[in-house]
Design a binder for this molecule. Structure first.
Ligand SMILES: [Zn+2]
Ligand SMILES: [Zn+2]
Length: 638
């Protein structure tokens, strides 16, 4: 029999019979690999372990430990989900079922599922795993595939086949009584799927388009070890506990209203107070950092958006125009054109640069109704925006200080882990190539200076300039899009802005857009989830609450409250005739950092008994000592 040679990751070469499967090769290398391997990478292409090897090749095996392995594992589980659903609901039509970050989903055309359905489906999936169905891949022509799926009554598959480019081979995967159109690869057998869980269900539109039929989506996940699954489920539960939409209602931070319209946020007093404190800090830091504040309106004439190019390139994200005296006006999707008009209002000398114009500017952008999510994805939001205009020789320093400023601000809000990305010049780009390179150098140098590793997306920049994106990681290690530092070689041209240099000639300044929080709404939502609503003392809407034990202690409670208020502490007094335990629980639910209990003993000693929201008893102390303590917390932003 003819033999082929395979090169393994350690560089060793093996001669094997042509037609040996990757799984057999894994078995020859070691029984453990054969047990754990999920998919083979043959000459760089992911391939089923059950496929025969037919040419000389470099072969790598992926287990659950690699991203590729996890994806195949969960994708295979998604097929088992579809198989189980069709066993229990033979009329359900299948559509698509990809692996996603941390799990998978599958969309079905059927009646909505209820939690009991998920339990039954899960049990059926475990049965399918036990049945140990091997993966069978077969390739077929387009007509054969149409005939197969039409015969099964799977009408969505025809649409999917129509979308597959003509030159691509069509493949179907069969495991026992279930066959599905799929590119693959799959794990070698259903028995390989050890620990699975269906996590939620809900509506989803076919192809994500609200004009199409609503399907029923089931989300799930699968792991190789029980401990991994348990840990993941605990994380989901914790994320639900911290959900800013839930806490937003519980802590009376914000609301939305059907009559108001989706994606529009109402900030309630407590939420607005936190925002006010955050914005005050932002303003203080910006003034100290050499920024000038500007304010601009919410709408502008179409002429402005034509000049800026927004109507040409950004119209899909903008709302329909308003008619004012026969002229078209648009809600602003960005603040930039306004800031440029301010810059352009008169001639500037090189001595005035850099000029940093900052605004907490509310913008409006179209988002699909289905994409709206609490405060994280909305239709009207406030950008903590700034536009920097500077001379070429100032640019590297300016970028460096902007990134440093950005990290410093985010650290003040308690974030310590950042993911940084540099996006460079795409093929289609405006502006001078040398300027692009200089700008990229400045961004890279600033990134290097932070000492934080960063990723480069070569060619991934916008057509008008390179940028740095910064994501923050929250306490559950989830990434959130946050800051951007974006060069612009387009708007200065379009608006023809300039400054008079030392040579007496007009020159084009560099222009940089930057936002630190990004969207104030999203940043607030992230803060709520990061802290599970227990804001650090400096941000907490109520920093302390005085709790009287009985009506006899009312007067003293009021006196203490006044003393703290006079010291600038945000304090309330709860002097209702409720039991102390009840009042403590309420204050804990409200996540108030300090509870000051006052009764006969405290009155006699002119003290307060201090409890924290974590349930720690700090004992009795004079009011002045407590004020000192809380002011220390506020000063150090803990
Ligand atoms: Zn598949
Ligand atoms: Zn801008």
């Amino acid at each position: 029999m003819a033999s082929i040679s395979v090169t393994l990751p350690d560089g060793s070469v093996r001669e094997i019979a042509m037609g040996t499967t990757a799984l057999e090769l894994a078995g020859a290398i070691g029984p453990r690999l054969a047990r754990e391997a999920l998919v083979a990478e043959v000459n760089g292409t992911l391939t089923d372990l059950t496929s025969p090897l037919t040419t000389d090749a470099t072969v790598t095996f992926h287990t659950f430990n690699s991203d590729e392995g996890k994806e195949v594992y969960r994708h295979t589980t998604a097929h088992m989900l579809a198989q189980a659903v069709q066993r229990l609901r033979p009329d359900a039509k299948v559509t698509i079922g990809p692996a996603i970050d941390e799990g998978f989903y599958y969309d079905f055309d059927t009646e909505p599922f209820v939690p009991e359905d998920l339990e039954a489906i899960e049990a059926e999936m475990r049965k399918i795993a036990k049945e140990d169905h091997p993966t069978q891949r077969s390739e077929m022509s387009r007509d054969e595939a149409y005939a197969l799926f039409d015969g099964m009554g799977e009408t969505y598959k025809r649409e999917i086949i129509d979308d597959i480019p003509g030159e691509e081979t069509l493949s179907v995967y069969t495991q026992g009584d279930f066959t599905d159109l799929c590119r693959g690869p799959h794990a070698p057998s259903t028995r390989r799927i050890k620990y699975l869980k269906l996590t939620s269900t809900g509506g989803a539109y076919w192809r994500g388009d609200e004009a199409n039929k609503q399907l029923q989506r089931i989300y799930g996940t699968a792991f190789e070890k029980k401990g991994q699954l348990d840990e993941h489920l605990a994380l989901i539960e914790e994320a639900e506990r911290r959900d800013h939409r839930r806490l937003g209602t519980q802590l009376e931070l914000y609301s939305t209203h059907q009559d108001l319209g989706g994606g529009l946020v109402l900030w309630h007093p407590k939420g607005a107070l936190v925002r006010h404190i955050a914005e005050d800090y932002w303003k203080e830091r910006h003034l100290a950092g050499g920024y000038d504040f500007v304010c601009s309106p919410h709408i502008g004439r179409s002429k402005l958006w034509e000049t800026s190019g927004h109507l040409e390139f950004f119209a899909d994200d903008m709302y329909s125009p308003l008619d004012i005296d026969g002229q078209e006006y648009y809600l602003k999707p960005m603040n930039c054109p306004f800031h440029i008009l301010i810059y352009k209002s008169r001639q500037h000398s090189y001595r005035e640069l850099p000029m940093r114009l900052a605004e907490l500017g509310t913008v409006y952008r179209y988002e699909r109704a289905g994409a709206l999510h609490g405060m994280m994805r909305v239709r009207g939001f406030t950008q903590d925006d700034a536009h920097i205009f500077c001379r070429p020789e100032q640019m590297p320093d300016e970028i460096d200080r902007t990134l440093g400023f950005c990290l410093d601000m985010l650290r003040a809000f308690g974030f310590t882990q950042f993911e940084l990305f540099l996006s460079t010049r795409p093929e289609k780009a405006v502006g001078d190539v040398q300027q692009w390179l200089d700008a990229e150098d400045a961004l890279r140098a600033a990134l290097e200076r932070t000492g934080i590793p960063y990723e480069v997306d070569e060619g991934g920049g916008a057509f008008y300039g390179p940028k740095i994106d910064l994501n923050i990681r929250d306490s559950l290690n989830r990434q959130w899009q946050c800051s951007t530092i974006q060069f612009d070689f387009n708007l200065p041209e379009r608006f023809d802005i300039s400054y008079i240099a030392e040579d007496g000639q007009q020159h084009r300044p560099y222009m940089v857009h930057r936002a630190l929080f990004g969207s104030v709404e999203r940043f607030f939502g992230v803060l709520v989830e990061h802290y599970a609503g227990a804001f650090p003392v400096w941000l907490a809407p109520v920093q302390a609450v005085v709790l009287s034990i009985t009506d006899d202690h009312r007067e003293y409670a009021e006196k203490v409250r006044q003393e703290l208020a006079d010291a600038g502490i945000r304090v309330e007094a709860d002097v209702r005739g409720e039991k102390l335990g009840y009042k403590v629980r309420e204050a804990e639910m409200a996540k108030t950092p300090y509870m000051l209990v006052v009764g006969a003993r405290e009155i006699e000693n002119e003290q307060v008994a201090v409890r924290t929201r974590q349930g720690n008893n700090l004992g009795a102390m004079p009011v002045a000592a407590f004020i000192e303590r809380i002011q220390e917390d506020i000063g150090s932003k803990v």
